[in-house]
Design a protein around this ligand. Structure first.
Ligand SMILES: [Zn+2]
Length: 233
């Protein structure tokens, strides 16, 4: 799970909050244009990737949503509009509604009203999960981190079969690219951690970089600033 560093809220949201400070507004009252500006801001913060699985989230509003880290059902209304409380998440399934909900899914489409033991805003979230070249995810870190990670994998269904296959495909593509280009692992790690000119990170780029880092024998650290021996271990 890639760590997200929150920036300031978009001015459109701050303005709307100021203008409506005297009213008891709910989530449904948030105007579409303010929501769009907020979503764009979250996309930028997250490199256009899902906060939980690192899949690229496209601009189709049916495929992702603004996800509240402390669930809305457990927090006062005023907190629902706090930029520091939200991320963009994929739905983990095609479309929305009761029918598609029955088909399962992962990430924001799976968690419901559960509080997450590990969130992408936690300082240690990147240490809590390990990814394997076959696409599998497992809990990592200390005993406590592992327990938090296990619950989080379960709540977000990060071990979903289809998601695992998609991760595996992205990892294989990364490995093929590194091999075909004769690049050192370091260049691959740098490539998969770097956004393009539109600020978009590669699809599952964080996961691919994480697997390449493991292969290079690096436990963590910033991919862009790593100085490493590709044959080290
Ligand atoms: Zn996701």
């Amino acid at each position: 799970m890639r760590r997200i560093r929150k920036g300031p809220a978009p001015p459109e949201l701050e303005r709307w909050k100021r203008d409506n400070a005297h009213l008891s507004v709910g989530w449904g009252d948030l105007p579409g244009d303010v929501k769009r500006a907020w979503r764009a801001c979250l996309f930028t913060e997250q490199g256009h990737t899902c906060a939980y699985c690192s899949a690229r989230v496209d601009d189709d509003p049916l495929r992702h949503h603004i996800d509240h880290l402390p669930p809305r059902s457990r927090t006062p209304r005023a907190d629902h509009f706090d930029h520091g409380n939200v991320v963009v998440s994929c739905e983990g399934r095609e479309g929305r509604g009761a029918e598609t909900r029955r088909k399962g899914g992962h990430c924001g489409g799976a968690r419901g009203n559960s509080a997450l033991p590990v969130t992408p805003l936690d300082d240690d979230c990147e240490e809590c999960f390990a990814y394997h070249s076959d696409g599998a995810i497992e809990a990592a870190g200390s005993l406590t981190q592992g327990q938090r990670a296990d619950s989080t994998i379960h709540l977000l269904k990060l071990d979903d079969k289809l998601l695992t296959v998609r991760r595996r495909e992205a990892i294989r593509e990364a490995l093929d690219l590194v091999q075909a280009s004769g690049q050192a692992l370091a260049s691959g790690i740098e490539h998969y951690g770097r956004p393009d000119q539109q600020g978009r990170l590669p699809h599952f780029g964080f996961i691919a970089a994480s697997v390449l880092r493991r292969m290079a024998g690096i436990a963590g650290g910033s991919p862009a600033s790593c100085s490493l021996d590709p044959h080290g271990g």
